[in-house]
Design a protein. Structure first.
Length: 460
């Protein structure tokens, strides 16, 4: 019979884990011989770490610099992709004309699509899971009336709605949250309820415009899954990092994955679908409340996510700011897709499918060449009011907090004309219609004295 200690297990090459105590007890209780013990212990031996690909997997470059200010951005995007594409799960990738870096080399850029085999990477959809766009056709309604009404209904800024003004989350969805390992969390569900009907901040917007084809007024909203999605992302990253330490410690922490074939993988996939349902319900609750207040029947509605994970068999397409075109990704979506550019440019209504360059995706916007801070610095010689007047002439642009956020004005984004030219040059999708801008509401400069900040101070 063999007696063995934890220290000896470590000397045999095992990493201290919960199973140590159970194994020591099993060996002693069953009085295993040395060979029996070694046979028994084999089941606990960790697999060899999965190495990074020695060379980056191929990725398609659908972007080029149109001027000096874009050169640095394009170089950074390509360099970060070269590091990212060494992640062991990845089999292919693409970058879109609106691509821009999100962090150090190796992090997925905005405008990046990467395909992983049997793996979900929470870092590739990031905290704003299912950031998406929805449009509703209001027929011949007056655009100012639609914008005024939407302004009286929507909610921008930190946090959720006050108890008195909450929009209901459906019982069906709440029940579905409770059935999922990641979402069955009363704090998360309570936040999901109070965040329903809210749009957050940053570049989330509520846009009203006129269809070039029909002359109809269209409402377009842009936001993601708000705090419930961010909470799922945090949980997903923790689980993925545990797998990373066991399976592939060489992989960057941001690029950790949850193997789909595990219980965690299946539950995380389901959780993503429920968060997608929540986000769709969030857009719908705002659009439906505007229709109801104006006693208008909708003529049409389109929506698509552009920050999500899509599945085709054992391949998981991670789109970090890219518009899914191919119907195989979106069995429940029948209409065309939406690509916003900036508040002074049309929202493009597009369609398309997989071709040799796009992996089934199109750009999701115009993207940024500069950080918000760099952009603000470049305009420092003008007053905020001057910049606002120059860039929004003829448009009805409003900030929910009443403070202009110049980092969201059209000059903060890449040239929409160049992005559209590259969509055509690389044959990424077809433009069916354009929603010409009438006006737009955004959160406003949240660093200033926004109403939700004043309220918090007052409550103290
Ligand atoms: N029509 C508008 N488009 C806008 C506005 N602000 C930003 N944008 C575009 O949206 C995309 C998507 O951004 P992301 O947060 O999902 O990465 C962005 O690239 C811009 O082109 C706006 O006020 N109106
Ligand atoms: Mn978005």
């Amino acid at each position: 019979m063999t007696t063995i200690t934890g220290k000896e297990l470590i000397a045999l090459g095992f990493t201290p884990k919960k199973w140590f105590a159970e194994a020591l007890e099993h060996i002693s209780e069953n009085q295993l011989s040395e060979n029996e013990m070694l046979d028994y212990l084999e089941q606990f031996r960790a697999p060899d770490p999965i190495p990074l690909h020695s060379e980056p997997q191929e990725f398609i470059i659908n972007i080029k610099a149109e001027n000096d200010s874009e050169t640095d951005n394009v170089e950074k995007v390509i360099n970060t992709m070269k590091v990212l594409m060494k992640t062991p799960t990845l089999v292919s990738g693409a970058i879109m004309p609106d691509a821009c870096p999100t962090g150090p080399e190796g992090h997925i850029p905005v405008g990046g699509v990467v395909v992983a085999k049997n793996a979900i990477h929470p870092g590739f959809h990031s905290a704003d899971i299912c950031c998406s766009v929805m449009s509703t056709d209001f027929g011949k309604a007056d655009p100012k009336t639609v914008l005024d009404t939407a302004h009286s209904i929507t909610h921008f800024g930190y946090g959720g709605r006050d108890r008195g003004s909450q929009m209901p989350m459906s019982q069906e969805l709440m029940d579905a949250f409770r059935e999922n390992f990641f979402l069955n969390d009363e704090r998360l569900i309570s936040i999901a309820r109070s965040h329903m009907g809210t749009q957050g901040d940053g570049n989330h917007f509520l846009f009203v415009g006129i269809s070039k084809n029909t002359g109809n007024t269209m409402l377009v909203t842009h936001h993601g899954s708000r705090a419930p999605g961010a909470m799922l992302y945090d949980k997903g990253m923790k689980v993925a990092n545990r797998f990373r330490m066991e399976l592939s410690p060489e992989t960057l922490k941001e690029n950790a994955w949850i193997p789909y074939e595990t219980e965690e993988g299946k539950q995380y996939w389901e959780a993503l679908q429920r968060i997608r349902d929540w986000t769709k319900e969030n857009h719908e609750s705002i659009h439906n409340a505007v229709l109801e207040k104006l006693s208008i029947e909708k003529q049409d509605r389109y929506w698509n996510e552009h920050n999500f994970v899509f599945r085709d068999g054992d391949l998981f397409y991670h789109a970090k700011g890219a518009t899914p075109l191919d119907d195989k990704f979106l069995p429940d979506i029948t209409g065309p897709r939406l690509i916003p550019l900036n508040m002074a440019e049309p929202v493009l209504i597009v369609s398309g499918t997989t071709n040799g360059r796009n992996l089934g995706f199109a750009p999701h916007g115009a993207g940024r060449n500069f950080s918000r801070t760099q952009h603000k610095k470049s305009l420092a010689h003008k007053t905020i009011d001057e910049v606002f007047a120059e860039e929004t002439q003829g448009l009805d642009i409003r900030f929910f907090s009443n403070d202009i956020d110049i980092s969201e004005l059209p000059s903060a984004y890449k040239s929409a004309k160049n992005v559209r030219a590259q969509i055509e040059e690389y044959g990424l999708c077809e433009v069916l219609d354009e929603v010409m801008p009438y006006g737009c509401i955004m959160a406003g400069d949240v660093g200033k004295n926004a109403p939700w900040k004043r309220k918090k101070k007052f409550r103290k």
